[in-house]
Design a protein around this ligand. Structure first.
Ligand code: SF4
Length: 309
C-alpha cells in the first residue's frame, strides 16, 4: 500500500523455477546469485531487467483495474499504471532505483502503445499477479516454502469459458524464437503443470511479448507449444537438481567452493550470452587453496623428455 492506494508486487516468487535452472546450468553461478540475494542493497537490476520489472508493474495495474471494474469494485484502489511505474522507480533504493529511473520513459512509451493496441480486447480477468504453490517433494531451501512457486501474471477466461494463463515478457526485439525457447523453460512448464489442474477448462499458455526500447513498441501474443516430452520429464529434472541445489544453499560454502561448469555453453561464447559472474569467477580461488601447492599432473612430450622443471 502506498498512500491510500495499492502498489502491486510483481517480483520473483519465493521458490521460482529459475533458481533450479541456474543451478543446473552451472552450480557456481547459482552460488553467486544465492550469496548476492543475501546482501541487502546489492544492485540486482540491469537496464534490461529494470525494463522488464517496470513493464510488469504497468501491466499488473492495467489488468487489476480492469478486473476491479468487471467485478464491480473500485479500480482506483490501485494506482494508474503510469503512476505505479514512476512510483516503483522512485521508491526503490539506490543504486537499483537509479537504474530503474533511467528506464521509466521507454517503459511508459511501450505501455501507452500497448494500451492503444489492445483497447478493444475483451475477456474476463480472473487473476492478476497471483503466486501459486506447486507441490514438489524435497524442495524448499533456506527461506523458501516447501513447494515450487510461480507468479502468474494474468489469468483470463475467454468466451468459451477456457482459462488462459499469460506471462508478460519485455524484450528489446521480438523474434520468432521467443515462443520456442520460453515454452521450454521451467517457469512455463510450471504454468502448464498448474493449467493441467484446471482439467477441461484449461485453455493454454500465452506469451505476451512487448517490445520496449530503441526498436520501438511492438506486440505479439503467441500460444506456446505444449511440449509434452518436457512436461512429462520435468518432475525427474526437479527430483535430480533440487536436492543438490538445496544442499549447497544450506552449506554456507562460498561460491568459489560450488562446482563451476566452465564451457562456451555456460560462461560466454557462441552458445551462451554471457554469465553475469564471469569476472568474479575468473579469479575465484578458494582461500584454502594455494595454486603453487597443487600437485599438478606432469606430461611427457613426444621426445620422451619431461618438460617439468
Ligand atoms: S563464469 Fe562459467 S563457471 Fe563461472 S559461474 Fe559463470 S557459468 Fe559458471
Amino acid at each position: 500500500m502506498t498512500g491510500d492506494k495499492i502498489l502491486l508486487a510483481t517480483g520473483p516468487s519465493p521458490n521460482s523455477a529459475h533458481r533450479t535452472e541456474t543451478f543446473a546450468i552451472c552450480p557456481r553461478r547459482r552460488g553467486f546469485d544465492f550469496h548476492g540475494e543475501q546482501e541487502p542493497g546489492k544492485p540486482w537490476h540491469t537496464p534490461a531487467t529494470a525494463r522488464g520489472t517496470l513493464l510488469h508493474v504497468a501491466l499488473a495495474h492495467h489488468y487489476r483495474r480492469i478486473q476491479a471494474t468487471q467485478d464491480g469494485d473500485d479500480p482506483d484502489q490501485w494506482w494508474e499504471p503510469a503512476v505505479a511505474v514512476a512510483l516503483l522507480a522512485k521508491q526503490t533504493a539506490n543504486p537499483t532505483g537509479t537504474i530503474m529511473q533511467a528506464q521509466v520513459a521507454s517503459v511508459l512509451e511501450a505501455y501507452l502503445a500497448y494500451k492503444a493496441n489492445y483497447t478493444f480486447e475483451k475477456f474476463r480477468v480472473r487473476a492478476v499477479e497471483q503466486v501459486v504453490e506447486i507441490p514438489v517433494p524435497g524442495t524448499g531451501g533456506p527461506g523458501e516454502p516447501p513447494c515450487k512457486t510461480a507468479r502468474i501474471d494474468l489469468i483470463y477466461e475467454n468466451k468459451a469459458g477456457k482459462l488462459i494463463l499469460v506471462d508478460h515478457k519485455s524484450t528489446g526485439r521480438i523474434t520468432k524464437l521467443h515462443p520456442w525457447f520460453y515454452a521450454r523453460t521451467g517457469q512455463f512448464l510450471l504454468m502448464r503443470w498448474l493449467g493441467a489442474s484446471f482439467g477441461s477448462r484449461f485453455g493454454g499458455v500465452l506469451l505476451n511479448l512487448v517490445q520496449v526500447g530503441q526498436a520501438g513498441p511492438k506486440f505479439e501474443r503467441p500460444n506456446l507449444d505444449p511440449v509434452p516430452g518436457f512436461l512429462a520429464s520435468y518432475p525427474l529434472y526437479l527430483s535430480w537438481y533440487e536436492p543438490q541445489r538445496i544442499a549447497f544453499e544450506q552449506s554456507d560454502l562460498p561460491p568459489e567452493l560450488w562446482p563451476p561448469l566452465p564451457s562456451e555453453h555456460t560462461c560466454m561464447g557462441r552458445y551462451a550470452p554471457g554469465c553475469p559472474h564471469a569476472d568474479k569467477c575468473d579469479v575465484a580461488v578458494p582461500a584454502s587453496v594455494s595454486p603453487q601447492d597443487i600437485n599438478w599432473p606432469s606430461f611427457t612430450l613426444a621426445g620422451g623428455r619431461s618438460e617439468a622443471e
